[in-house]
Write a protein that binds this ligand. Structure first.
Ligand SMILES: Cc1cc2nc3c(=O)[nH]c(=O)nc-3n(C[C@H](O)[C@H](O)[C@H](O)COP(=O)(O)O)c2cc1C
Length: 262
């Protein structure tokens, strides 16, 4: 199993990098107990050359390969493609993710249209001085959900301005162990094959939207068509184990909401 963690703080040894380091250590303990191999790579997003989106829409209309910004975005996306699990970790800046993380999410916006990560697992984390971290993790979850990820969970850490690793370990060890257990069991389970109501509903809204698309000569339409997802009988990105009542209700609500979005 391959885990990729993207940390968006400029502070290489800041609070966010430290909690991710502790999570990695705990994941390695769990893997060793099961005698399983685990690859865990952490990339500091702030040290990547990811320029700000210019809003030209070329990625949507012609494909991301033609983006005029020549930087590290596509190489980093390849890392996400080959990982089984993506962890996003951001410090809270003014009640949300920091600009580095938001900028990366914006540059990846074309994946909302072509959700190629369907079925992969994700976990989100945020650290803050003192305020709640939910707004930041919601931002991360919303992006990942629209890219097709199954969100295993999210967690937040109130670390103050700077907390030493020993103190973080002392204060948050049980929280980190809990997060690691949750992620590890999801990696070894089939939970992603039971998509949530929200995921099923979002799929339905997108399915209706792309079926109604005025232009059929776009990478987005090709992508949905090529994957067979425009067929009305297809309920999700891949064969799933969600119950018929949940699927039926999600598709009904999705069909109703699609009128507002499409
Ligand atoms: C520009 C800036 C804005 C911040 N805004 C908030 C905030 O709104 N709420 C909060 O609790 N902490 C805030 N913080 C504190 C950080 O979220 C907190 O110290 C975080 O753990 C830093 O993580 P890092 O060491 O990985 O950079 C802010 C810090 C900075 C530098």
């Amino acid at each position: 199993m391959k885990i990729l963690a993207l940390v968006s703080s400029y502070r290489r040894k800041g609070n966010t990098a430290q909690v991710v380091g502790l999570l990695e250590a705990q994941m390695r303990v769990l893997a060793a107990q099961q005698d399983e191999a685990l690859e865990f790579e952490t990339v500091n997003l702030a040290r990547q050359d990811i320029q700000t989106c210019r809003g030209c829409r070329i990625c949507f209309n012609k494909g991301e390969a033609l983006c005029p910004l020549k930087d590290d975005l596509l190489a980093l996306k390849q890392k996400v493609e080959v990982a089984d699990v993506l962890i996003l970790a951001s410090p809270v800046y003014v009640d949300d993710v920091n600009g580095v993380m938001k900028n990366w999410i914006d540059r990846m916006a074309f994946v909302c249209h072509r959700p190629e990560f369907a079925g992969k697992l994700a976990f989100t984390m945020a650290t803050s001085g003192a305020s709640p971290t939910q707004h930041a993790t919601r931002t991360l979850n919303a992006a990942l959900q629209s890219w097709g990820f199954y969100i295993v969970g999210n967690t937040g850490f109130k670390t103050g301005a700077y907390m030493r690793q020993a103190a973080i370990g002392e204060k948050f060890q049980s929280k980190i162990e809990k997060a690691a257990r949750k992620l590890y069991s999801a990696m070894n389970g089939q939970r992603h094959q039971n998509p949530t109501f929200l995921a099923l509903m979002t799929f339905r809204i997108q399915q209706i939207g792309w079926n109604k698309a005025a232009r059929k000569d776009t990478p987005d339409y090709d992508y949905w068509h090529g994957n067979g997802w425009l067929n009305e009988r297809v309920e999700y990105f891949f064969p799933h184990q969600a119950g018929p009542v949940k699927v039926g209700a999600a598709r009904l609500v999705g069909s109703m909401l699609a009128g507002f979005f499409t």
